[in-house]
Design a protein around this ligand. Sequence first.
Ligand code: SF4
Ligand code: SF4
Length: 437
Amino acid sequence: MKMELHVFKGGVHPPQSKHTKDCATVLMGVPSKVVIPMVQHIGAPCQPVVKKGDPVKVGQLIGDTEAFVSAPIYSSVSGTVTSVESRIISGSSPIVCVEIAPDGRQEVFEGVKPPVVDSQEAFLKAVRASGLTGLGGAGFPTHIKLNPPKETKVDTLIINAAECEPYITSDNRECIENTPAIVEGIRQVMKWTEIPRAIIGVEDNKPEAIKKLSEAISAIPEIKVCSLKSRYPQGAEKMLIFALTGRQVPPGKLPADAACIVMNVGSVSFLANYLKTGMPLIKKRLTVDGSAVKNPKNVEVLIGTSIQEVIDFCGGFSTEPSKIIMGGPMMGVALPSLEIPIIKNNNAILALDEKKAAIPEESPCIRCGRCVKACPMNLLPFELDRLVKANDFESIGQYNITDCIECGSCVYACPAKRLIVQSIRLGKDHLRRTVKK
Ligand code: SF4
Ligand code: SF4
């Protein structure tokens, strides 16, 4: 039976530039050192449970906390802890990091064993113990997502394999290379959370992924694969839920309020492997691409590896990079240094040359309305930009600024190249700070 798809309002069609879609994932070896931050998720930071000089093994716990919204952190290598100290990572406030000198032996910690899962409670405990946080980029602890308030009756598990950001192909490779694990992970989540159906949403520019997933679920009527029209930001949770179910997530609410839970395709695949082996989250698949990268590829990297070493593994730079981005070109974050480590929710590194990275100069808004048409959240981006630039922070709340998902569609559509998202981030930051006071 063909599913009826719903088309979300707005969105844009940036060039896809998925150059690495056919590049099978290559495993990167053990780096010269790993630096593992104690904040890799939305929520409370972990506290280190190791100290300088301690020997550690692969999969050994190195950070945890009793805070509800959090996820434990594990060593990705065997070796010796060389420091536990606060560092500035990517322009943030200082974060405690555990640095480990690998011994190259990659000895697995004795406590790495498949969890015993015989109830929903044990399943959720295992999900927390795995260290899993949303691997699509959000970094929300998965054990909380899978345990919504009892009054919200979830009936649909949505698997996000849309991957609508230009350049990024790591989820596409996950679908092609780890199809059985994806299906097994979905079955496990459905079984233990009692969600009766699952839909895997994949954009139609990934035909091989759609074919492999469709074949793998052909005998499982509760799981469907749905081919979505390629349109950015199709992979944003609210857009995906609407496209696949026709349900709207109310402003300020969560997918569970629309009876859905959304998981990234890499998250379910990881979960299946964790339940089988007990090896927690210690590595990440990334797309490394951009006009300044010599050999773009998809690569599986140990968490804590520096971006410099990942770039070196990809042959280094072909030309002087003007901008390094963590993530895609639409929503990614420009990085100040190559010494920043890979963490759980990283899915791409882009290095762009001067021409590709050039930011056109802003010119005055001509009130053309293209940003409004492009906005999937029904906002007035030009007005938010104007109010923030005029320091009129009193009024921005009335324009639902907190609904903005920072997708950048408005900026992409704007002929005056207004830096609308920057204004919106400033405005949200101001609201957060004033509400806290
Ligand atoms: S205002 Fe926000 S949600 Fe709307 S297009 Fe711009 S960045 Fe996206
Ligand atoms: S698209 Fe740009 S120029 Fe047009 S209304 Fe929006 S901000 Fe103004």
